[in-house]
Ligand binder design. Structure first.
Ligand SMILES: Cc1cc2nc3c(=O)[nH]c(=O)nc-3n(C[C@H](O)[C@H](O)[C@H](O)COP(=O)(O)O)c2cc1C
Length: 212
């Protein structure tokens, strides 16, 4: 790929604006508004978010699916022994990122992660399609495995063993990120984008604008 091709990939963003006078003073409500707009914009998996974690000064990032949010925080489910799980146990400070290109919007969220209760994880686990539950059971996420066959064999053996009732693995469950900072980014013409930040100070949210 030559650099000219990349340099010529340019878009002038003009789908919206974000003004201090119009944003909701509550960042969760502002998130909810944008999320509703993303849901009704035919975006493929608007709940896909990038989760960045860092342990030992070495950041890592991956996509996970948002499975719930309210004023307590943003929930997702995973394997607690995965790379992300281990990093979160060392350093619970993490960041989430939503990028909805169709709306020319990005949302950054930073905060601390906690484990959800076993009961809440179990409730979600049991609501998943049967084969997804087996997927979670069969996968020691982020461990090296010999080949694909190994995984598929494990999946079939577990299905044979547990039938319609696979148990939730002990090392599987939910996390919740409790935000201390949100940044809502709206693309604007001429790279003069809108960036509105909410930063938590005690129990209040300070709102300010950043230069693009
Ligand atoms: C669209 C999409 C959705 C995903 N959703 C999840 C998820 O909800 N939970 C999860 O553990 N991994 C999910 N993954 C896989 C992760 O990106 C990642 O490969 C996996 O969690 C292992 O990451 P780790 O080794 O950093 O822990 C998803 C990947 C994609 C592309």
């Amino acid at each position: 790929m030559d650099e000219n091709t990349l340099n010529n990939l340019r878009k002038n963003y003009q789908k919206g604006e974000l003004l201090e006078s119009k944003v909701n003073p509550n960042p969760f409500k502002q998130f909810d508004k944008w999320f509703e707009e993303a849901l009704s914009s035919n975006i493929y998996e608007p709940n896909a978010m990038i989760l960045a974690t860092a342990a030992d000064n070495r950041p890592s990032a991956r996509v996970v699916l948002l499975k719930g949010f309210d004023e307590n925080g943003f929930k997702f489910y995973t394997n607690y022994n995965s790379r992300k799980g281990k990093e979160i146990s060392i350093n619970p400070n993490a960041a989430l990122l939503f990028y909805w290109m169709e709306l020319e919007r990005q949302i950054r969220i930073e905060g601390r992660i906690e484990k959800l209760s076993k009961e809440e994880s179990l409730e979600y686990f049991n609501s998943r399609p049967l084969d997804s539950r087996y997927g979670a059971l069969a996968s020691s996420q982020s461990e090296i495995i010999p080949d694909r066959e190994y995984l598929e064999k494990k999946f079939s053996e577990l299905k044979e063993k547990y039938g319609d009732n696979p148990p939730m693995p002990d090392n599987w469950g939910g996390f919740i990120l409790k935000p201390v900072l949100f940044e809502f980014w709206q693309g604007r013409p001429n790279r003069l984008h809108d960036r509105i930040v909410y930063e938590k100070k005690e129990s209040n949210w300070n709102i300010y604008r950043l230069s693009p």
